[in-house]
Every structure is written in C-alpha cells, then in structure tokens.
Design a protein around this ligand. Sequence first.
Ligand code: ZN
Length: 264
Amino acid sequence: MEYQHGTLFGYEVREYLLEKFGHQCAYCGGASGDPVLNVDHVIPRTRGGSDRVSNLVVVCRTCNEAKGNRMPAEWLGALQASARPLDRIRAQRFPEALKRLSQPLRDAAAVNTVRWVIVDRLQHLGLPLERGSGGRTKRNRAGQGYPKKHWIDAACTGASGDRVRLEPAMRVLQIAATGHGTRRRCGTDPYGFPVRHAPAAKSYQGFRTGDLVRARIPRGKYAGTHVGRIAIRHRPSFRLNGFDVHPKHLQLLQRSDGYAYSWG
Ligand SMILES: [Zn+2]
C-alpha cells in the first residue's frame, strides 16, 4: 500500500507516461515550443475523471492550460472551430492521443511477465538480494544530484541507493562482452557463395584473436610501444590497432576470455 500510494508512485507513473508518449506533448507534439511537460487528466478530475493511467497523458504546460477543465469532446470541438495553426495541429493529433490512452506498453508487459520469475530464481541462490525500479533509481540519483550515467544508475538502484558516495576521482572498471569468435566455418560473399574457410586451429604461435598484447616495434612507420587486442591471421602478420604487426614483437598481457576490460 505504501509503495502504491507513496511519493514513489507518482514518480513511476510519470516515467511510464513519458515513455508511452515518447517524451513529447501528446496534444501538440512539441509545436507549442513549451519544454515543460505535465501529467494531464484527459477527463478532468473535477468532472469525474480517475487517476488511472488510462486517463493520463503527458502534455506541455501550454496545452495543459489551454485545455483547462474541458471534457475531451468539448476541447476537440473548440480546436476544430479554431483557425490558429497550433489548434489545427492539436485537432489533428487529439484523436490519436485518445486512442493511445488504453494501449499498454508492449515491452513493459513482456518484462513484467518475466521479472518476478527472475527474482524468484535469484532468491533460491541464498545471496543478499535487493530489488529496485527504474523510477526509484532515478529519484535516488536525482535526489543526490548525480548526472545520468548507466554506472551511476547501477549504484543508485534499490532501497540503499539513496545514500551512495561517489567522488569525481573514482574510476569505473568497464567490462564489455566481446564473445569468443564465431562458430561459422565458412565465410560467404554478399550473394551467399562460399569464399573462405576458417582454419581449424584457433591460435597461431601461441596467440589468439582477442588477446591483449603489448607490441614493441623497433623501427618503421609504427615504431614504438602499442597496447591493444589483436586479431590473428594464420601467418606471421596480425592486426593490432589498425595496422599489421609481426608476432615476434608481441608480449601477451592478458589472454582473451570473452570480455574487454578498461578503466573509464
Ligand atoms: Zn503541447
């Protein structure tokens, strides 16, 4: 009950509506030039309209005030009678906005059916578990004055996410999944004809594609020290950072494990 009617509830509904209407005024589509978005009751509360999401739209402040206390049919009639360019746009868009009221977010519906299964499975692992919602994360982050970044959102998730200490000097270990290559044994041209076959061996002179290496190149155009991940060929010429390098100049720093690591 507290969750459904507490301060968080309004936050969640607003996020849902912003997503549903594409962060745009549902009445004018941004034509008014007013960047402030409000939640509007299509059937006004004073005239029997409910707080259910099927009665709520995201609209700019200008449109919100222009519609005022009118019922949908009254507002549409006034718009159709008006010659103002902004009202012509509104009159054209309004029936579409009404149609979308009862349409649920398809993605949200799909996620809802699986998320409790995930929670249930995780609970069986017996590890400390905390759940959070997108709206709560945003409120936690905004309440502490942190900028929008995925890693900051990750830190601000859940019940403990409203007291997170972040210093500007902190660095983030970024891990990107790079995979272990492809199982395809035969490459094709744009028309689907076979043009090359992958060798059975995945390594050459002890190196594999994706290995992190340091190259010390004594002379030539690319003389110097380079660090990066290599793509091997089955001859002594590998690709590193966009140029070719002989494996004899390479020192293995980290074996490819399907992930790329970097400090951000
Ligand atoms: Zn508007």
